[in-house]
Design a protein around this ligand. Structure first.
Ligand code: PXP
Length: 253
């Protein structure tokens, strides 16, 4: 897939660092995973520098920003500390996510409506530095409209509830969450926002999201790193990419 393809795959390598940090030391190296992702045809690398540094560390960001030959999407909380780090390393994009110290993962979207006064202090300096700004939000009309008003370049739609509904076998909730994501993508696109999606996606859940015509990038991590244990990272990425391409082709035919 290339820059001109309609649907890009960003590979999130956070959980390679999770495994490394379980033992301390340097192995496995998330930068090596990023290089493998590049070989497998990933369009970008995503990494979340959490405030507690539970997986990705500052040194990882420095190496990912300087040497992998793929655009880096830095996920970060809307704090002064993270802003300074982003301005120092100038990733291709920053995706602003909500962060609670006690959570296992990013559990819900950013509340752009409630943070309308705080976010410009983070978004504006990033944009001035030439960094694309993405806001990780639920597919909610008020959040999408607030994101456009604040001048975000991109919204990333949180697919966590949709994936949970699938794994719970709740067909009604699954269909309802998918409809919300589709409607959110249409609204965001109509407001001039680029639309990305991610969180919790796997081989079973990726196709309906990949088929949404307004979505141009998926960011996928935990499942791919897990699947790498069984079939290898490059094969897992290639299989995910194949499912994305097939889903998109079906939608367009
Ligand atoms: N997009 C965003 C904004 C995220 O915070 C995450 C998780 O770090 C992902 C995508 C990837 O989610 P997962 O690891 O569940 O595929």
């Amino acid at each position: 897939m290339s820059e001109t393809d309609p649907l890009r795959l960003g590979v999130n390598i956070d959980h390679v660092a999770t495994i490394r940090n379980a033992r301390g030391g340097g192995l496995p190296d998330p930068v090596r995973a990023a290089e493998a992702a590049a070989r497998a045809g990933a369009d970008g690398i995503t990494a979340h520098l959490r405030e507690d540094r539970r997986h990705i560390g500052d040194g990882d960001i420095e190496r990912l920003a300087s040497g992998i030959g793929l655009p880096l999407n830095l996920e970060m909380a809307a704090t002064e500390e993270m802003l300074a780090i982003a301005l120092r390393h100038k990733p291709n994009a920053c995706c602003i996510v909500p962060e609670k110290r006690q959570e296992v993962t990013t559990e819900g979207g950013l509340d752009v409506v409630a943070n309308g006064n705080h976010l410009p202090g983070i978004i504006d300096p990033l944009k001035k530095a030439g960094i694309r700004v993405s806001l990780f939000i639920d597919a909610d009309a008020a959040q999408i409209e607030a994101s456009a008003k604040l001048g975000a370049d991109i919204i990333e739609l949180h697919t966590g509830k949709y994936c949970h509904a699938h794994h719970d076998g709740d067909d009604a909730a699954f269909a309802a969450e998918l409809e919300k994501l589709k409607a959110g993508a249409v609204l965001a696109d109509s407001l001039g926002l680029e639309v990305h999606a991610g969180h919790g996606l796997c081989f079973e859940t990726v196709a309906p999201i990949a088929a949404i015509p307004q979505v141009v990038e998926l960011n996928i991590g935990h499942f791919l790193i897990g699947e790498a244990i069984f079939i290898g990272l490059e094969e897992a990425i290639a299989k995910m990419r194949g499912l994305m391409i097939d889903a998109r082709a079906g939608e367009n035919s």
